[in-house]
Design a protein around this ligand. Structure first.
Ligand code: G
Ligand code: MN
Length: 407
């Protein structure tokens, strides 16, 4: 056989560097997908001699069936195949295995396919003819790095630190984001009107059953990376509207918006999920995200208001936004960040600042909510400073359904 893919090591030749690597990285199972039988047999034989267990498939469909039957430590696939191309195959792989390295091989390299391969997280992109030695080295490296990535993920799970969460490559992220959207639910946390001991409203906090995207921060980060913030915003608003239908008439809902949601025509539409209860909805925009990128902020906010929505500036005190953001937004409400509330009863300087903020807001006709009240001391100090609307673990943690707080 002539070297379709490059030189072939002779029988009894000294083991290659990669074959040695394979032996030290264990007996990995590899999948090789190519519609060309000659290429497939040649590479499969060579890789088997290198110490790997090789399964083969002649097209994407057959390869997908193999994925159901085995776990692979590396996958090599031709790009141009009948039925399913390599990039679609890569996306399908991610539905089964979130970080197995995939090596794409093409006979007709184009800039577009190379860009897609990289964007979707292909481990390597090779053009034919490929020397077997080269392939062996790449596979050995892929297997090792795959194992390292697996260990790293296990370590992250052990550490349980959300800020160092694992987002993976684009194809894997897309799969998990879809799972998150499909399993989206809303946790509600009551905001207590303390003097009257009643519920002012509920803040809606998005959750999903996809473990890596269970809470707002990683979900939003994923949506931003994938350009899907609007889809997420719409799903959240539908989920809130569905729950709000069963709530008592006076109950308000506080819904977090991404700045990009402000540009979504769906929010203006007469038939949109929240429009029917707009008069009871407070849209929160966080001070943490710069608002200067939002085009036409003021007319957009004005349009929301004319529908009945009110606007809250969230996390006041946590961001770097200054006077201009406040002036642009003209919020109906502000929410003091937890950092301003924490330990308020023991910190006179902080108390003076909070008291001044509340006083100025009162003069400006802005309603103040104080986030994150955890102790009776903080509750009393915040109330003493003139702020009556209090969400906080002291009263209730976010959870499913509209539960009453402890009062
Ligand atoms: O988006 P916003 O900053 O409004 O969201 C409030 C966040 O603060 C939610 O994630 C909610 O779970 C959290 N939270 C609510 N009450 C408390 C509290 O009493 N203590 C702390 N640490 N966090 C709280
Ligand atoms: Mn909020």
């Amino acid at each position: 056989m002539t070297g379709v893919g490059g030189p072939r090591p002779g029988e009894g030749a000294a083991p290659s560097r990669a074959a040695e690597a394979a032996s030290t990285s264990g007996n990995a199972r590899i999948l090789f997908v190519d519609d060309d039988a000659a290429v497939r047999d040649l590479f499969a034989q060579a890789l088997s001699r290198g110490g790997w267990t090789v399964e083969t498939a002649s097209d994407g469909r057959e390869a997908v069936a193999r994925l159901g039957a085995w776990t692979f430590e590396a996958i090599l696939s031709d790009i141009a195949m009948p039925g399913m191309d390599g990039v679609s195959f890569l996306k399908t792989v991610r539905e089964h295995d979130l970080d197995v390295p995939v090596i794409l091989i093409t006979g007709a390299p184009t800039l577009d396919s190379a860009i897609k391969a990289v964007e979707y997280g292909a481990f390597h992109y090779l053009s034919k003819p490929v020397a077997i030695e080269t392939l062996e080295e790449i596979v050995a490296r892929a297997v090792r790095l795959g194992r390292l990535s697996d260990l790293k993920r296990q370590a992250l799970e052990l550490l349980g630190d959300e800020r160092r969460r694992w987002l993976g490559d684009r194809a894997g992220l897309e799969v998990r984001f879809e799972r998150a959207l499909a399993s989206l639910w809303t946790a509600f946390q009551p905001v207590v009107a303390w003097r009257g001991r009643i519920v002012y409203g509920y803040e809606a906090l998005v959750r999903s059953a996809e473990p890596s995207l269970a809470t707002p921060a990683p979900l939003l980060e994923a949506a931003e990376r994938l350009g899907r913030t609007r889809d997420l915003g719409r799903a959240i608003r539908s989920a809130v509207a569905a729950e709000a239908g069963g709530a008592a008439g006076g109950v308000r809902f506080l819904v977090n918006l991404h700045p990009e949601d402000l540009g979504d025509p769906d929010l203006y539409a007469a038939g949109s999920p929240l429009s029917g209860i707009a008069g009871r909805v407070i849209l929160e925009l966080t001070e943490r995200e710069p608002l200067d990128q939002v085009k036409d902020l003021r007319p957009r906010l004005a349009a929301r208001r004319s529908m009945g929505y009110r606007i809250a500036m969230d996390d006041l005190g946590a961001g770097s936004a200054g006077l201009s953001a406040l002036a642009q937004m003209e919020p109906d409400l502000v929410k003091l960040d937890v950092s301003l509330v924490r330990g308020l009863d023991a910190l006179p300087t902080k108390e003076r600042v909070v008291r001044s903020i509340v006083g100025l807001c009162w003069e400006l006709g802005i309603v103040v909510i104080a986030e994150g009240v955890e102790t009776p001391g903080e509750r009393d100090a915040v109330a003493e400073a003139g702020c009556d609307l209090l969400p906080g673990y002291l009263f209730a943690r976010p959870g499913p359904g509209l539960k009453p707080p402890w009062l």
